[in-house]
Design a binder for this molecule. Structure first.
Ligand SMILES: Nc1ncnc2c1ncn2[C@@H]1O[C@H](COP(=O)(O)OP(=O)(O)O)[C@@H](O)[C@H]1O
Ligand SMILES: [Mg+2]
Length: 346
């Protein structure tokens, strides 16, 4: 026996002392082994909130520590129950589709979509962003893109590129007047989103990120049903209401059988530059609650950062750097393999 672990050892300690142990937690249906929450949570607490067999988990952890054996993933009754299969469009060349969702608007969903796209681009992947918020598009503005889709030498319509080469498609790139109000009904919205996906020539993409319309209405539902979504990232703020609504979003995504690969808590706090004090303007974090409800890891807690607002307003999101963002990038990259598995299992 190389080392002892007890039910009261924190998950973080186990994972740090025994790299790879997060796979054992994952096999038991505890995906948050590498996330923020696990820093405080003990094995007993983790097993408790996820309704896991504590003894079996401890047995498998000891075995892993002794001889490196990772148990096969255990099927959990009720969790991620698959909805009946739907006819999904598959666009050749687009490897994985990641949808970014929130329970309500104004929580920074578009901003997080943009930041995730930049993260993937910096990591060397080929990335596209489809702004599916047809009535409140914001992707083109965040990236400072004003060019319309263009006709390539192949005669097909191509989405324009951002400065760093991210392909962007947004409703306001095809409207005559950017401020023009788009008053569309559900079916029209759904048709536009499908066309953005299938009629545009995206070329070869490792990841297509979709900024979903807010809420749990027809539009986000259509995307989740009609497009081959490999995983969903959920965005919330600590505000009670936003979190309550995001719970509804979690249920919806689970019903549709799309895996939630991570959560992002935005506007978690504000760091006073004068005093260095941390203020939780929207209340205490609800990250733990969301992790428990979704079974997905908390990827990051982003501060309210005036520098970020300014860059977004100037269309220069690609220039953003911060400690919280680094955390988001690091954790997002670690959950990407969950996408491939989901895509393969589809
Ligand atoms: N962490 C943050 N720090 C500073 N400004 C933010 C942050 N998150 C969002 N914002 C700003 O709040 C506004 C709403 O964000 P947005 O991403 O458009 O929300 P949503 O897509 O959820 O409606 C934007 O103007 C954005 O620049
Ligand atoms: Mg938005």
């Amino acid at each position: 026996m190389k080392a002892m672990i007890s039910p009261d050892t924190t998950i973080k300690e186990v994972v740090e002392r025994h790299p790879g142990a997060e796979k054992v937690f994952g096999a038991h249906g505890l995906p948050c082994a590498g996330c923020h929450v696990s820093a405080r949570e003990t094995i007993r607490e983790g097993a408790g909130v996820h309704h896991l067999d504590l003894d079996a988990l401890l047995r498998d952890l000891s075995r892993f520590i002794n001889d490196g054996t990772v148990p096969p993933a255990q099927a959990r009754a009720g969790a991620h129950a698959k909805a009946p299969p739907m006819e999904k469009q598959h666009k050749p060349g687009i490897d994985r589709v990641v949808a970014v969702m929130s329970g309500k608007g104004g929580v920074g969903k578009s901003l997080v979509t943009g930041l995730l796209a930049v993260a993937l681009q910096r990591a060397g992947f080929r990335v596209g962003v489809l702004d599916a918020d047809i009535t409140g598009p914001s992707m083109a503005r965040l990236f400072g893109v004003t060019a319309r889709p263009y006709q390539g030498t192949d005669g097909k319509p191509h989405p324009p590129n951002s400065r760093s080469g991210i392909q962007i498609m947004s409703m306001n790139l095809i409207l005559e007047d950017e401020a023009q109000a788009v008053i569309w009904r559900g079916p029209m919205v759904s048709t536009a989103i499908r066309q953005f996906y299938s009629d545009l020539e995206w070329g070869t993409l490792d990841y297509l990120l979709i900024d979903l319309p807010p809420g749990t209405s027809d539009a986000p539902l259509t995307v989740l049903q009609a497009l081959p979504v490999s995983g969903v990232v959920l965005v919330s703020t600590p505000q009670g209401l936003a979190t309550m609504i995001v719970s509804k979003a979690i249920k919806l995504v689970k019903q549709l059988g799309a895996p939630i690969i991570g959560l992002v808590e935005n506007m978690s706090y504000f760091l006073d530059p004068q005093t260095g004090r941390r203020h939780e303007l929207f209340g205490a974090s609800k990250g733990v609650q969301l992790v428990v409800e979704s079974g997905a890891p908390l990827l990051a807690q982003l501060a309210i950062d005036p520098a970020l607002t300014q860059l977004c307003d100037a269309g220069r999101i690609e220039e953003y750097h911060s400690g919280d963002y680094e955390t988001l990038v690091k954790n997002f990259v670690t959950v990407l393999p969950a996408l491939s598995t989901a895509a393969a299992a589809r």
